[in-house]
Design a protein. Structure first.
Length: 159
């Protein structure tokens, strides 16, 4: 019998809430040694997926904004002075206020427990992603990662 997503997925996936701060999320990444989580509402509905890449992407945006603002002050107001300190403080406040909901991918690609291994692999490769939430009837039932697929191959479970 051909393996399906339900045969490889990790049931009861670790999740995070959209209200979690990025600092808490970063601690969660470190403590769990995972690089992404499904984001669920209080009633358990899948809202999105968040990964370390999402945080890096947001930090790059904040860096670009800070560089733009500091260039503006340099060009318009002359050599930098306390204005740069103010810009740094503003960036720090923006970063401190960010939550998972501000950086997560809001339209996650999902699969069902019946999805074939070939389709799983195709989605992971074509979309350049590393995790797929497994849903049944709109509810999150597990997660399948690229590591799960590689593990199954290494164990000889995939012919």
């Amino acid at each position: 019998m051909a393996l399906r997503a339900r045969d490889l997925m990790q049931p009861g996936a670790d999740t995070v809430s959209p209200e979690m701060s990025l600092a808490d999320l970063d601690r969660r990444f470190c403590d769990s040694r995972q690089s992404g989580f499904p984001v669920v509402s209080r009633d358990g509905r899948l809202l999105g997926v968040v990964s370390r890449t999402d945080i890096v992407r947001r930090l790059a945006v904040e860096q670009s904004l800070a560089e733009y603002e500091s260039s503006y002050y340099w060009d318009v107001a002359g050599p930098p002075d306390s204005s740069l300190d103010e810009i740094g403080a503003e960036v720090g406040q923006r970063l401190e206020g960010l939550r998972v909901e501000n950086v997560m991918s809001t339209q996650p690609i999902t699969v069902t427990g019946e999805t074939s291994l070939q389709d799983l692999a195709r989605v992971l490769v074509e979309r350049g992603i590393h995790r797929l939430p497994v849903v049944e009837g709109g509810a999150l039932v597990g997660i399948l990662t690229s590591t799960d697929l590689v593990r199954a191959i290494a164990e000889g479970r995939v012919a």
